[in-house]
Design a protein around this ligand. Sequence first.
Ligand code: HTL
Ligand code: MG
Length: 623
Amino acid sequence: MSILDRVNLPEDVKKLELDELETLSTDVRNEIIRVCSRGGLHLASSLGTVELTVALHRVFSSPKDRILWDVGHQAYGHKILTGRKDQMDTIKKEGGLSGFTKVSESEHDAITVGHASTSLANAFGMALARDALKKEGLGEDYHVIPVIGDGALTGGMALAALNNIGYKQTKMLIILNDNEMSISENVGAMNAYFRTLQVQRWFQSAEQGGKKLVGKALGGLVSRAKDAARTFFDPHSKNPFTAMNLRYVGPVDGHNVKELVYLLEHIKELEGPTVLHIVTRKGKGMDIAEENPIYWHSPAKFNVDTPEEVGKSYTWSNAFGDAAIEICHERKDTYVITPAMREGSGLVEFAQTHPERYLDTGIAEEVAVTAAAGMALRGVRPIVAIYSTFMQRGYDQLIHDVAIENLNVIFAIDRAGVVGADGPTHHGVFDLSYLRHVPNVQIGVPKDAIELRAMLNTALTMSGPIAIRFPRGGVKPAPKDSSKQIAWGTWERLIQGDDIVILATGNTIPYALEAVKDTHNVGVVNARFVKPLDTTMLEGIARSARAIITIEDNTIMGGFGSAVLEHLAQKDLKPEVRLLGIPDHFMDHAEVSSLHRQAGIDTAGIKRVLESLGVSFAVAETV
Ligand code: HTL
Ligand code: MG
C-alpha cells in the first residue's frame, strides 16, 4: 500500500509522520505523470509544485484556510490531495475535472481561474473581507495563501496588487514559485533580478552543502523574519518586495518538503504580508521534462516508462508564424509582439530569425497592446500576436491607445472560437463582439492559411487597427506561390444558391459546405470580413433570398450575425434571418467538435435549421 492510498484529504496529510512526506511527494508526482501521459495536460508546472502542495496541506487547513493557485495549471497535486484523487483521469475531459482550479468544483478551490496574475488581487480582497467581517464579529480568522509563479508575476495586475497589499499591510502569505520559466523562458527585469540575488548564491551553496546547512540557514531566515525585519537582505537592496513594504523570506529550496513545512509553520503567524520565495524546477522528477520544460509544459500523449517528444502537426499558429517571417523579410518597418506566448503563437522560428524585431512582454497583454500603439506612433507597423481570450485584457488599450487615433496596429488573434479542453477561461468566443463595436477597427476571418497570409499582407498596406482572427487547430500550409493580397471587404461565394444563403465565417465553413451537400438552391458564402461587411453582396442576397443563416464560432450577442441584422434593419431589408453561434452561457470544457455540436453550429445543427426553413434533403440521413 502506498502512502497516497492512505491520503484522500488534507487532514490525512497531517496524520502522516514527517518522514513520510517525501514518499507522499513521490507518490503524488508519479500519479501526476501517469495522469498526464494521456496528453494535453499541464505536466511540468504541476511536477514543480508537488513538495509545496504537500507542505501547504500539512501546515494549513484547507478549506478553512484559502490557498489560491495563480493560473491554476500547477494544481494537479492539490486536486489529488483534496478529495479528487479518484477523478484525476477525468481531468479536462467533458463532464470531468477542470484543468484549473474552479470554485464550483471543490470547496478546496479558492478561485476560479485560468488566466494569469489574478491570485494576488483576489487574495487581497479575501484578506480584507476576512478582517472586516472578523472586526464586526461576523466571521472567523483564517489564512490566505496565494501561490504565484514567476511568469504570472510579470503581469501588471499582480504587480498592482502587490502595491496595494504593501500599502494596506494586509496579513497574508504570498508564495512566489520561481522556476525561471513562463511557458518559454521567463522575461523581464524582475526575473533578471531574481537570478542575481545574493541569497540565490547562498541558496545554491546551501543546496550543494547539504541539508544541515539548509536547516541552519532556514533557522536564520525564520528568526530574522520573526524579528519583523522587513528583509533578509540589505534594506537598500533593490528587492521589489521590500520596496513595496512586504516582508521577504527566501529564496529557499522548493523541493525540500520538510524544510518547507518547518518554514511555513514558523512564518504563518507573522503579521502583515509576507512573501516566501521558493525556487523550484519546472518538470521536477522527470528527467526529460526538467531538460525541456517548454515541450513538457503541455506534452502530447507519452509512454510513462519511455517518455518521448513528438512533433506536432501544422497549425494556424504555424501558418501565422511562417507568414510573419516572410513579412518581416519583405518589410523592414514591421515588428511582432507576443505577451508570453512564443510557442503557442507559432513564433519560435520568428524569434530566432528576427530577434531585433521581436518582443515578448511577459504575461502583460496591456503592455503588448499599448507598446504597439507607441511603435505605431513612431513609424513601426506592429503585429500583436495574441490569443482571443487574452486580448480581453487589452480591450481598454485597444480603444484608448490604438483606435482613437486610428493607429496602424495589426492584431493576429489566435485561438478564436471555442478552444476545447481548457474550458470557459480560455474559450475565445467574445472577440468579434468586443472588437466590432470599436470605431476604426476592421476584422478579417480567413478560411485558410492562404487567406490569412493575404489578409496580413493587405492589412499592412492599409491604415488603422485591423484584427485577423483564426481558430485553434490544424490547417494546410499556404503554398509558396499563393496569392499575396486580398480584395479587402469582399466576401466569396463558395456555393451558388438563391433560395437560402448561409453566411459562414472561418472554421464554420466546412460544416456549412457539408450541410448543403444534398440540397437544392442553398448557397454558401465565405463571409471573410466581419467589418466592413460586404454590403453589396449582402444586400443583393437579402433582396433575392428567402432566408439567410449566419454562422460564427463567437457569441451570438453582438457578433457577426448581429452585424448582418443591424445592416439589414438599416436598409429595411427583411429576409428571414437565423443566427447560429455560441449561446449566452459559459461553455464548459470538452472537445471542440462536441462544443460545436452543443452550440448547434456543426453540420447537424445547420441541417436542423435548414429543415426548419422547409429544406428537404435528397438523401435521408442514416440513423
Ligand atoms: N496570459 C494570461 C493572462 N493568462 C494565461 N494563462 C496565459 C497568458 C497563458 N499561460 C498559461 S501558463 C503560463 C502562461 C503564459 C505560464 C505561467 O508561468 P508561471 O507558472 O511562472 O506563472 P509555471 O508554468 O509553473 O512556470 C496557461 O494558459 C495555462
Ligand atoms: Mg514559472
